[in-house]
Design a protein around this ligand. Structure first.
Ligand SMILES: [Zn+2]
Ligand SMILES: [Zn+2]
Ligand SMILES: [Zn+2]
Length: 376
């Protein structure tokens, strides 16, 4: 009886081995017999010939390795879907779930002040023409999601030179009150493709994501022996903000690899399109994140019109003090990078009705609509 059981076990083991050997290498010891799609006609394995890139050299099929919507090998954006895609995360919708707010408040600790800020970070926002400590944020993760807490001990004036009174800000008009912590969820940034060529796409955020001044001061300044006008894009605080604060908050390292920094034309793109002194004195810049130019948004070949230039804004942008016109469904103004033709302290922008205009650089209540060029 015992011998019989042993024999049965041996037979089972042997048959198991032969079965495995049969499936793994059925008739392919001498090599596979691949069809035009790199599938072996005998064992059905797919054997691509990848070489260095992510495209098979035999059948031309792509084989990317995706992480955060970007291939880790060739740095191409893989999340593109027709003329839109998502890339990066940024605080957008206000959190309204009170139990979640309680949990986030507990993890953030005491509300910050100049002398006791804990983990809160000062925005470095202006009041009376200088940086003051009254606006703070903190980033927290909970249940695999990321959130940003925001508190203002005083209102953020809509111009860098004003006081933080409720009559000088749009924060309270948007429903965000001083001395109160608000939480915003980091959500995928949606982009619209404006132009594609040579494996690159110019894309612009579908929403106004933030509210920032173009430069903190209206006055002309001297840098060494060079005169810098307040409407200079290269030397603007908004260019620094986009390429540091925004770029680092929004994109993972892998996503940054998909973003291409290209030389931007800053000379011929002044408001009204003319070649003038304020544009002529500017250098071209090479930026990861930038603003569209006056020339871009008035170029009909790029498909812009007064309807699609109107932009909705996020809750987070409104909490930062964005001016949201009550007449056109809360569509805000947003900056372009082009200097005004006549006034050194003014820059071009898009109005709430989707037409172009110009405004003072140190206004903090105008929207930021980032643009990027991505590898596709
Ligand atoms: Zn085979
Ligand atoms: Zn192949
Ligand atoms: Zn790839």
């Amino acid at each position: 009886m015992k011998a019989l059981r042993l024999m049965l076990i041996i037979i089972m083991i042997v048959s198991c081995f032969s079965m495995v050997a049969c499936v793994a290498d059925a008739n392919c010891d001498e090599g596979h017999d691949l069809n035009e799609r790199c599938v072996c006609t005998r064992c059905n394995q797919v054997i691509h010939n990848m070489g260095n890139g992510c495209i098979c050299q035999r059948c031309s099929a792509p084989e990317h390795t995706e992480e955060d919507g970007v291939c880790t090998k060739c740095n191409r954006l893989l999340s593109i879907n027709g003329s839109t895609f998502t890339l990066g995360l940024y605080p957008q919708s206000k959190v309204t779930d009170t139990s979640l707010i309680d949990i986030l408040n507990q993890s953030a600790g005491e509300a910050p002040s100049y002398s006791q800020k804990g983990e809160w970070i000062s925005y470095g926002y202006y009041k009376y023409g200088a940086v003051e400590y009254y606006a703070w944020y903190i980033d927290k993760e909970y249940n695999g999601e990321k959130y940003r807490g925001v508190i203002f001990s005083d209102y953020r004036p809509s111009s860098t030179i004003n006081s933080g009174s409720s009559s000088a800000t749009y924060q309270d008009d948007n429903g965000y009150l001083e001395q109160t912590v608000y939480w915003f969820k980091y959500e995928p940034i949606r982009w619209s493709v404006v132009k594609q060529n040579n494996g690159k796409a110019l894309a612009v955020s579908q929403l106004i994501l933030d509210s920032q001044c173009f430069y903190t001061d209206r006055n002309t300044r001297e840098n060494g022996n060079k005169t810098i006008y307040a409407n200079n894009w290269e030397q603007s605080s908004l260019r620094q903000w986009l390429n540091n604060d925004f770029y680092n908050a929004a994109f993972s390292d892998n996503q940054k690899n998909a973003i291409i920094a290209e030389s931007l034309d800053n000379k011929t793109t002044a408001y009204d399109g003319s070649y003038n002194d304020y544009a002529n004195c500017q250098n071209n810049t090479t930026d990861n994140v930038f603003l569209l130019s006056y020339k871009d948004v008035t170029d009909t070949a790029l498909g812009f019109n007064s309807s699609n230039l109107r932009k909705w804004s996020t809750d987070y942008a409104k909490a930062q003090g964005l001016y949201s016109s009550p007449n056109v469904d809360y569509k805000g103004l947003w900056w372009l990078r082009s200097a005004d033709s006549n006034t050194s302290s003014m820059v071009a922008l898009v109005n709430p009705i989707g037409t172009t205009g110009n405004q003072y650089v140190n206004t903090t209540s105008y929207g930021v609509v980032p643009a990027i060029i991505v590898n596709i």
